[in-house]
Design a binder for this molecule. Structure first.
Ligand SMILES: NC(=O)c1ccc[n+]([C@@H]2O[C@H](COP(=O)([O-])OP(=O)(O)OC[C@H]3O[C@@H](n4cnc5c(N)ncnc54)[C@H](OP(=O)(O)O)[C@@H]3O)[C@@H](O)[C@H]2O)c1
Length: 332
């Protein structure tokens, strides 16, 4: 086994150029941990926010981004038993980051063995984006059967999974995204109608696609004007689920509008479920794995980059030039 470990790190916050490809030492697994040789790394939008230091939690420096990896167990710390034997391929979440690397250590509490029919790139979409989508649908959305559901950034990582999960549960999905290519992606995933939310009055287009009525439920994570317009796109009694703010711009909250229209808003934070509702998260993860293994859910892996080109992966993500999952592949 090699003794060096290439990784991507940043020592100051800023644009993608702060991401540096460096070599370091091989980490040693502690009690309850395994050493993984990484074969695929999931890129999440939160990695971009951490790099800019606009994530909702502080990011310490220096920092190695990356919260989800697929890897093979090459070493174990004290106290590790089956099913985490040498050679087992697992999906691991790294709550404090560190995943943009050839080798990582991971707590088995956050590792799950992977069935062979789920390939590496597909698996990287399960932990953060998959469990986020499934938990929002199962814990917050209520019964979506027969309801009209708008999904913002519908061709993105979480969005593309939400489109499919809401369709599986009998929802009528209106996909909202930026530009015709992304709308085509959302249609191919099963969306019943599409709306380009780059046009200013897109809430009217939602109503036009829904026989003049607003939406029952909207999943929103863009912020700014898209948030404001999402409120206008809701039917009376509608529900807005907010789980991010990719634009970095806050929307305008008008309490009177919530009262007048009987609207409610819920927030979602995956970290909260990981810490405080771990069994619910485990259950959601198992459900997503089952849906993938059964072929009911598809992951779009649109872009794969060598680990050393992580900066380019971030550039594309920020330029809104990606659909589905973005993956880094170590070359070791
Ligand atoms: N709360 C949680 O626990 C949780 C968990 C996972 C993810 N998230 C959040 O969910 C969102 C989606 O995450 P993801 O990893 O699946 O990313 P993603 O959707 O694959 O990529 C972000 C998408 O956001 C849209 N967007 C709109 N305005 C943007 C802007 N100003 N800059 C960049 N992108 C913009 C773009 O789609 P269009 O071009 O179609 O607009 C872009 O493709 C992020 O905000 C992330 O922080 C939250």
């Amino acid at each position: 086994m090699t003794t060096t470990n290439h990784q991507i790190t940043f020592e100051r916050y800023g644009d993608p150029s702060v991401l540096q490809f460096r070599s370091g030492d091989l980490p040693t697994p502690g009690p309850g941990e395994v050493l993984l040789r990484v074969s695929a790394i999931g890129v999440n939008y939160s990695d971009v926010l951490r790099r800019r230091n606009t994530y909702f939690m502080p990011t310490p420096l220096p920092y190695v981004p990356g919260t989800e990896v697929v890897g093979t167990i090459e070493g174990t710390g004290p106290g590790i038993d089956a099913p985490f034997a040498h050679g087992t391929r697992v999906l691991a979440i790294l709550p404090r980051g560190g995943g943009y690397a050839e080798y990582v250590t991971a707590s088995v509490q956050y590792c799950i063995p992977l069935p062979p029919q789920i390939d590496d790139a597909t698996a990287t979409a399960i932990f953060v984006q998959g469990s986020t989508a499934q938990l929002m649908v199962t814990q917050l959305a209520g019964d979506v059967s027969g309801k009209t559901v708008v999904i913002n950034a519908a061709a993105g990582g979480v969005g593309s999974l939400l489109v499919q999960l809401c369709k599986l549960r009998g929802g009528r999905v209106i996909a909202a995204a930026g530009g015709p290519e992304k709308l085509r992606v959302a249609s191919a995933l099963g969306a019943d109608a599409t709306v380009d939310y780059r046009s200013p009055d897109w809430s009217q287009q939602v109503r036009a696609a829904n026989r003049g009525r607003g939406a029952d439920l909207i999943f929103e994570m863009v912020g700014g004007e898209v948030y404001n317009e999402s409120l206008r796109a809701l039917a009376p009694g509608g529900h807005l689920i907010v789980y991010g703010c990719a634009s970095g711009e806050q929307g305008r909250v008008d309490p009177e509008h919530f009262v007048d229209e009987n609207i409610r808003q819920s927030g979602f934070n995956l970290a909260h479920y990981l810490q405080h509702y771990n069994p619910l998260w485990q259950q959601a993860l198992g459900e997503v794995i089952g849906l993938l293994a059964g072929g009911q859910l598809r992951v779009r892996t649109a872009m794969t980059f060598p680990l050393a080109e992580a900066a380019e992966a971030h550039r594309r993500l920020e330029a809104r030039a990606t659909t589905g999952k973005v993956v880094l592949i170590p070359q070791s």
